[in-house]
Design a protein around this ligand. Structure first.
Ligand code: URA
Length: 234
């Protein structure tokens, strides 16, 4: 049988590789950098489109009272996505999530498990500040839930962290108690994809109830272990 030059180059001599005890085979296929760039651009475009869509929401009491949209912070390529409740006064002023007192505590919580805030992706259930920092009501949570689902589908994290009962209500439902559901790994299906999800207490709740921090610490350690177990690079 005649073998042309190209075929000869393509042949991998497994016997030879075995004799060198090599465990990895060098892949001589060209890297499609264009395809990767398009993927990144696509994600950025999708996030911009979603942001615009939320900014154009109609008949929303939250939007009318807020100064600006609070959409996201962190690394949109992160495999860890955190979801809070909604912007407070400071977030409304600055336009970024978790920049007030709850944000300072969140940063400390992440640092405690060796994660920098910039290494995760952060958003909220509602993207406009509820008046007087009240909790968003069920209608508001439902109104924004499709946006949140779309947001998660764009980021496609390996781990989803729901902080507080509002995030839990938005994605899991109302008839569950956070004190019972926190700290366990769950599978949440969003747009036909399953996300490994942990519910934990919201940092603002921990500021009001510091005696609950011990449960939060246990959840954080569980999250760190899962990141290590899945080999997630932050
Ligand atoms: N609390 C939240 O849930 N989100 C923020 O962005 C700030 C405080």
């Amino acid at each position: 049988m005649t073998i042309n030059h190209k075929d000869q180059n393509d042949i991998i001599d497994f016997e030879l590789i075995k004799s060198f005890e090599i465990e990895e085979i060098f892949n001589n296929q060209p890297i499609n950098r264009l395809k990767n760039d398009l993927k990144v651009e696509n994600k950025t475009n999708k996030l911009n489109n979603l942001k615009r869509e939320i900014e154009n929401i109609e008949n929303c009491k939250l939007k009318i009272n807020a100064s600006q949209i609070v959409f996201n912070d962190g690394n949109h390529n992160s495999q860890v996505m955190l979801i809070g409740e909604g912007p407070g006064q400071k977030e409304d002023e600055i336009g970024e999530p978790f920049v007030g007192d709850a944000g300072i505590l969140l940063n400390k919580m992440l640092n405690a498990i060796n994660i920098k805030r910039e290494e995760v992706y952060i958003t909220n259930v509602v993207n406009f500040r509820p008046p007087n920092n009240r909790k968003p009501d069920t209608d508001e949570i439902n109104k924004y839930s499709n946006f949140l689902r779309e947001h998660i589908s764009i980021i496609k994290p390996k781990i989803l962290i729901l902080m507080g009962s509002t995030a839990m209500e938005s994605l899991i439902g109302k008839n569950v108690k956070i004190s019972k559901e926190r700290g366990k790994w769950k599978e949440v299906i969003i747009k036909q994809k399953t996300y490994l999800t942990m519910i934990t207490f919201h940092p603002a709740y921990l500021l009001r109830q510091p005696d609950q921090k011990k449960y939060s610490w246990s959840d954080l350690k569980e999250i760190r272990n899962k990141i290590n177990e899945l080999g997630i690079k932050l």
